[in-house]
Design a protein around this ligand. Structure first.
Ligand code: NAD
Length: 319
């Protein structure tokens, strides 16, 4: 029999906690991947998750799901990294840089040892610093490393805005850019609903909406993770769905524009930092970043965001 020339789409997931396991489940249901390999420091946990997922395959779509090692990253189209510690109730995401930076120093070289062709997608926090770390540690072209960045904050803002205006959140376009963290920047000047600027759309819909509403929704978006963690201990459904959207854009070469963290903003004498801007994503990772015509306040806020990340990234670099 001739060998098949079709390679099954393989996605490797490193870290099988809340985020990794939820993403694996969403991926299984989507049918996008024929092979899903779960890698975890805690091998029994990865095995348990793989068994549980494999038991669902007859009811959804065929896929081979197994607990593996870094060697299984060979041939993967995408490796999604979710391993690491999570923020405590009062921590900021940047507080995790030291602990998760050390974890990345141990795992990324192992991934890079087995694949030079996969796109690496990072979810672990602080995601902007660790996306930068992954580029440095893997030696991959920067476009092949994508941080989930503010895809989650953008989704949260669109969800809150849709709720406030009483419209399907998919009819809302509003991006959050910059740091996935306390210095994120909602881009109100370019936010639209059904093609109309958001304040005009709100007026047509008969919903009061002014600068105070924008501040209130921005705060709810910024504090969303803490609000969820206070109630149920962790966030994972929305981020896992954001990871799904990124992986779909890669696996199907969709050239989708999503707010994700990529290497940008080079200053003379540094290697740049990672932060989120709308970026076109396809099979090779990030093709292009879309530059936004921000207003003066947004440019100022983005500068504050990138200054914070520059400090956090150089602190990571010095370790
Ligand atoms: P979790 O504690 O449930 O799972 C973490 C997993 O990482 C565990 O399975 C653990 O065994 C594994 N792990 C730890 N060290 C490892 C190593 N050296 N090698 C392999 N596996 C290792 O945490 P979670 O809730 O799944 O969150 C994971 C990360 O995702 C955290 O950093 C969290 O802050 C982040 N997160 C990011 C976003 C985002 O929008 N980017 C959203 C939610 C959570």
């Amino acid at each position: 029999m001739e060998a098949s020339v079709v390679s099954p789409v393989r996605v490797a997931i490193v870290g099988t906690g809340h985020v990794g396991a939820t993403f694996a489940y969403a991926l299984l249901l989507s049918g996008l991947a024929a092979e899903i390999v779960l890698i975890n420091r805690d091998a029994a946990d990865a095995e348990g998750e793989a068994m549980d997922l494999a038991h669902a395959t007859p009811l959804v779509r065929p896929a081979r799901v197994w607990a593996g090692g870094y060697a299984d990253c060979a041939g993967a189209a995408v490796v999604v990294i979710t391993a690491g510690a999570t923020q405590g109730e009062h921590d900021s995401r940047l507080d995790l840089a030291e602990q998760n930076g050390a974890i990345f120093r141990s795992i990324v070289p192992q991934i890079a040892r087995y694949t030079t062709t996969a796109v690496l997608v990072v979810a672990t926090n602080p995601v902007d610093v660790l996306t930068y770390a992954t580029i440095q540690l893997s030696g991959l072209p920067p476009g092949r490393v994508i941080g989930s960045g503010t895809i989650l904050d953008t989704s949260r803002l669109q969800s809150l805005l849709g709720e406030r205006l009483g419209v399907d959140p998919r009819s809302v376009h509003a991006d959050v850019i910059g740091e996935h963290g306390d210095n994120q920047v909602p881009v109100w000047s370019l936010a639209t609903v059904g093609g109309a600027p958001v304040r005009d759309a709100a007026r047509s819909l008969g919903v009061p909406f002014d600068a105070g509403t924008e501040r209130e929704l921005a705060k709810a978006t910024r504090e969303a993770a803490h609000r969820v963690v206070d109630r149920k201990g962790a966030t994972y459904y929305a981020v896992a769905t954001g990871l799904m959207r990124i992986v779909e854009a890669i696996v199907r070469d969709q050239r989708t524009v999503l707010t994700v963290s990529t290497l940008a903003d080079h200053e003379p004498g540094d290697d740049g930092i990672c932060f989120s801007m709308p970026a076109m994503i396809g099979a090779q990772g990030v093709h292009r970043i879309v530059q936004l015509p921000l207003d003066a306040d947004e440019r100022h806020a983005l500068r504050r965001s990138t200054d914070t990340l520059r400090k956090a990234t150089s602190a990571y670099d010095r370790r």
